[in-house]
Design a protein around this ligand. Structure first.
Ligand code: C2E
Ligand code: CA
Ligand code: CA
Length: 714
């Protein structure tokens, strides 16, 4: 055996000062020497190998015989460690015990990391050599290197990582985590992970929750984290328990991926999908969702109302001021409405000029109606848009549950129908949905369809109603009134079919036909009877808003040869109150043509008399509802007197419509109203009948009750 061939030594290890004698015998030493896991080499004073143990052979690859007698440096010290190795030797030779870590070389040239201990050896108080002990620390070095690399990798990872103890104290963080959370490593170490909790995601950041994780499971989820500066951000987080084989779970590794941007993008998308771009209000879709929620919340006990608010004649504003102004107006309207609505109410823009409203927590049906009125009141003041003061009206349709269905779609549909009704009833008003509206809408649709071919099929005609001057008893004019004889249904009153004609736009060609017919008829009478009869033609606001109107009127006059002064166009109050620049321009052009204007149904709608001065009107027509009240003690006489005085003051002629009785006539005459029109004198008549009447009375109304009495007045 090899080891038997080694020289046997008798040595003492220790410092010269202690002078101790060996307590173990050689055999003990020998065994320690041979069995040591570390390489041990015995060197002479001049660094030559005297003996090596088995571990030396194993670690450095030299057999004992190869090593003995060689200079140790030439054996195992790489060139670049030579000075360091010599330095160590010198120190040991001076009697020091030295320790160092360094790299040595194996026989095959490969490096080996070692921890070196150098002991001086003494004999009889004299240093005779050195013990070199080399522990192979390659494995430790390797592990250290790996750990360093891993730590560097974790530190430079994009993900934020931290490790906590079992009970949640932070033990390690990487740089990304410090950056993400805003806390430095020092501020985090030893703190509880729940320090980062934003208050709404405890599960993600509460170590007590992690402790329930089975050892081989991950917790994964989104967590909202509070940054050191207080702001919140969202991370996708994975928590992995670390298991010690002996102790079970002892740490948690938490990896966080910052997904704030993605969450924000998602939030923005969600917002965009549910909001109107222009006004930033919720859109129709979001409105539906909120209404559903409101219905759920009411749960059959509360009242839920849906209101749809639509601006009156918004198209005119767009047409005359441009879309930019129209857009700004919508924004301004949205803002004003929001200001009028109680907290918690939903205000949405459906697109166009339509807004949806769900007032929350309504006490009753009546609250809905007073709220609707408040909203309409918001439109009495003009909107300041791009340096312009713009008046715009609005109409509101309301559907309420109960009694309406507890279903969002039906409620919206019903509110829409009620809105349609509010519009048809003269706008600037609100209407509640009623069951019968379904029927009405169907009827209106039917009317619209039937009306489509009415002109071509010759179902339309004009009736004329005379207008009488009380002083002279002379017929000074006629009002042309449209008649429709439906082949199946007979006469359909204009009050019913005109709204349908307006809604379908058919009023424009029909109105053009009326103008033409009326002018032609007036011209014929002028020729056949030799009298100049002024003809009044009713204009729908829809026609007046059509910029082509002046041209249409000019054409009718030209084609028939009628003197423009004999044409009187009857306008409605609401049209003038909300007149857009386009409407004003049309009226100017018509005035320039020489036609006159009468204001129809005066006194019914508005209180502002501003526009009376603005538009050069010729005549006010007192609404027949006021005349109907005359002589029976109602306050209407006051209104009639006021209108008469007003007309005189403004230099306008005043005509009273709907005069049916002698009492009404007497009252009007006493109040100074000089012009009248009504069944008392004549119903609207077909042209031939009226002509006969006029011929008989020679321009006066003869052969009827009226004119005979008229005679007495004159
Ligand atoms: P309006 O312009 O106020 O027309 C006067 C209405 O009063 C006519 O009803 C006429 O027949 C009715 N009337 C006349 N005298 C009396 C009376 O003594 N007592 C009562 N109770 N009523 C009287 P009509 O012909 O049914 O027309 C209704 C409405 O339809 C008109 O009201 C007008 O707004 C509209 N309309 C009629 N023809 C046309 C037209 O050609 N174009 C447009 N746009 N609207 C028209
Ligand atoms: Ca009229
Ligand atoms: Ca009228």
């Amino acid at each position: 055996m090899r080891q038997d061939s080694r020289p046997r030594l008798r040595l003492a290890v220790g410092t010269p000062a202690d002078g101790c004698a060996p307590r173990w015998d050689d055999a003990n030493f020998r065994q320690l020497f041979e069995d040591s896991p570390d390489a041990i080499v015995l060197l002479s004073e001049d660094d030559r190998v005297i003996e090596v143990n088995r571990s030396f052979e194993r670690i450095f690859g030299y057999r004992c015989e190869e090593a003995v007698g060689r200079q140790i440096n030439s054996l195992i010290v790489p060139d670049d460690s030579e000075p360091q190795a010599s330095g160590l030797s010198r120190r040991v030779m001076r009697g020091e015990i030295v320790a160092a870590e360094s790299t040595r070389r194996r026989k095959d040239g490969t490096p080996v990391d070692v921890r070196i201990l150098g002991y001086p050896i003494f004999r009889d108080g004299r240093q005779i050599g050195i013990f070199g002990i080399y522990s192979d620390i390659s494995m430790r070095r390797h592990v250290e290197r790996i750990l360093r690399l891993q730590a560097a990798a974790m530190d430079s990872a994009a993900s934020a990582i931290f490790i906590t103890s079992y009970d949640g104290a932070v033990e390690w963080v990487n740089r990304a985590f410090s950056e993400l959370s805003g806390y430095s490593e020092d501020e985090l170490l030893g703190r509880d992970a729940s320090l980062l909790d934003a208050g709404r995601s405890l599960e993600g950041l509460d170590p007590r929750q992690w402790q329930r994780l089975p050892a081989n499971e991950l917790w994964r989820g989104q967590v909202v984290v509070r940054h050191k500066d207080g702001h919140l951000y969202t991370v996708e987080q994975t928590v992995k328990p670390l298991v010690d084989p002996a102790a079970g779970i002892d740490h948690f590794v938490v990896v966080q991926e910052d997904i704030s941007e993605r969450v924000e993008a998602e939030r923005r998308l969600h917002h965009m999908a549910r909001h109107d771009f222009l006004t930033a209000l919720p859109n129709r879709y979001a409105f539906g969702e909120r209404l559903e929620r409101e219905l759920d919340r009411a749960g059959g006990t509360g009242v839920v109302a849906v209101m749809i608010l639509d601006l009156d004649h918004f198209k005119d504003i767009n047409d005359s001021y441009g879309h930019a102004v129209g857009d700004d107006l919508l924004v301004a309207v949205g803002r004003r409405l929001r200001g009028r609505l109680p907290e918690g109410a939903t205000l949405a823009r459906f697109g166009g000029d339509e807004f949806g409203i769900v007032p929350s927590g309504l006490a009753s049906f009546e609250t809905a109606s007073s709220l609707a009125q408040e909203l309409l009141d918001a439109f009495t003041q003009p909107f300041a848009v791009r340096g312009q003061e713009i008046y715009v009206g609005a109409s509101i349709g309301i559907a309420v549950h109960p009694p309406g269905p507890a279903d969002a779609r039906s409620l919206i549909k019903n509110a829409d129908m009620a809105l349609y009704r509010a519009k048809a009833d003269g706008r600037s008003s609100f209407r509640f949905y009623e069951q019968q509206m379904d029927r009405e809408v169907r009827r209106r649709m039917w009317l619209g369809q039937e009306l489509r071919g009415a002109l071509e099929r010759d179902e339309l005609s004009l009736a004329f109603q005379p207008q009488i001057d009380l002083d002279s008893g002379v017929v000074i004019g006629v009002e042309a009134l449209l008649r429709w004889c439906h082949p199946g249904r007979g006469w359909i009153p204009p009050d019913r079919f005109i709204p349908a004609a307006e809604a379908t736009g058919l009023i424009v060609p029909i109105g053009e036909w009326v103008l033409h017919q009326a002018c032609a008829q007036a011209q014929r009478w002028r020729e056949s009877l030799g009298i100049e009869l002024r003809v009044g033609v009713n204009l729908s606001p829809v026609q007046v808003r059509e910029p082509r109107l002046p041209e249409t009127v000019a054409n009718a006059l030209q084609a028939t040869g009628l003197d423009p002064a004999l044409l009187e166009l009857e306008l409605t109050e609401s049209l003038l109150v909300q007149a857009s620049p386009t409407v004003e321009a049309s009226i100017e052009r018509l005035l320039a043509l020489g036609v006159g204007f009468a204001l129809d149904d005066f006194g019914k709608g508005y209180s502002s008399l501003d526009y009376l001065r603005r538009f050069r009107l010729r005549r006010l027509k007192i609404d027949r509802t006021f005349v109907a009240g005359l002589g029976n003690g109602s306050p209407d006489p006051v209104i009639v007197s006021l209108i008469t005085v007003l007309g005189q003051k403004l230099g306008l002629e005043v005509i009273a419509e709907g005069v049916e009785t002698r009492a009404q006539l007497d009252f009007l005459a006493a109040e100074g109203c000089r012009q009248v029109q009504g069944y008392y004198f004549s119903r609207p008549l077909p042209p031939a009948d009226l002509e006969e009447l006029l011929r008989a009375g020679n321009g006066r109304i003869a052969g009827l009750d009226g004119p005979r009495r008229l005679g007495g007045l004159a």
